[in-house]
Ligand binder design. Structure first.
Ligand SMILES: O=C(O)C[C@@H](O)[C@H](O)C(=O)CO
Length: 271
């Protein structure tokens, strides 16, 4: 199996708390992006001391309470399934803070991390604060919810976005990359994809490849899988009959999403 494809692996870490994914700088090629996917039974709590990392806690599904021991945000989260296609609530917590997430209903949360030194205020990012974009034409149409875009100064490094791609469509397409620290032309951002499909037995294809093809992996991605993008282009293709959802986390030395389209396929944007 590709080193870039991670399958869900549920581990009960305390009563009612299941760690489904854990991507760290120790177990992955990524330096700037880390993540956890955590399932919580109603009433169960997950607590963490962040150290030198910032964290965006996304209430993927279900309702949760989140506290950083100073502020508490109650009953946040807006949906039972990501395929309701409504934005959700998230909480940004800065480095050197402790947070706790308690499930009000059965919940799945995604914890998005990046190394961080400079403390920023804790922030509730409400569903209605997400900017919503319809991107693309023809079979390249997709719906985007920006949770933490580069225009939102709440974080030091983290960028977080949700993308819905209809049956038969392509997204993160035409292929683009952001693996050179060469502003204003391109920024260096690592990226992760947490994928879901509707219905659940669906799959998508994702290719991750560099110009020189020293990295060139094409993966069959299933519901709940995570794909790592340390570098390169990273398009997603969705088969007929299935809808795709993914949550992207990006981070790098500069908090700007400046991507470079693969020139051979850029004509697709001109149609
Ligand atoms: O527009 C899309 O299809 C989503 C992608 O831009 C995705 O968020 C990504 O690849 C970011 O680099």
């Amino acid at each position: 199996m590709s080193k870039l494809l991670r399958k869900p692996n549920r581990v009960e870490t305390s009563p009612g708390v299941n760690l489904v994914h854990e991507v760290t700088s120790e177990n992955s090629p990524l330096e700037y992006v880390a993540l956890k996917v955590v399932d919580l039974a109603p009433g169960a709590s997950y607590r963490e001391n962040l150290g030198k990392a910032e964290c965006c806690i996304v209430a993927l599904t279900g309702k949760i309470n989140v506290t950083d021991n100073v502020e508490t945000f109650e009953n946040i989260g807006t949906r039972e399934s990501v395929f309701e296609k409504k934005p959700t609530d998230s909480v940004y917590v800065s480095n050197d803070r402790t947070f706790a997430v308690e499930a009000v209903t059965a919940a799945r949360v995604i914890l998005c991390y990046s190394p961080s030194e400079k403390q920023l205020p804790t922030r509730l990012i409400k569903a209605e604060d997400n900017s919503i974009e319809q991107r693309g034409k023809y079979n390249n149409k997709r719906l985007v919810h920006n949770i933490l875009a580069d225009s939102n100064p709440s974080a030091n490094s983290l960028l977080v976005v949700e993308v819905f791609t209809e049956s038969g469509n392509w997204s993160s397409y035409p292929p683009h990359k952001h693996d050179q620290d060469n502003l204003p032309h391109e920024s260096f951002l690592e990226e992760t994809y947490y994928h879901e499909m509707n219905p659940k037995q669906g799959f998508v294809f994702q290719r991750v490849y560099t110009d020189d093809r020293s990295l060139d992996e094409t993966m069959a991605v299933e519901n709940g899988d995570v794909v790592l993008v340390p570098a390169g282009y990273h398009p997603v293709a969705v088969p007929d009959g299935y809808e795709s959802y993914y949550l992207n986390i990006m981070a790098g030395p500069t908090r700007i999403w400046k991507f470079h389209n693969e020139p051979a396929h850029e004509w697709i944007l001109e149609r």
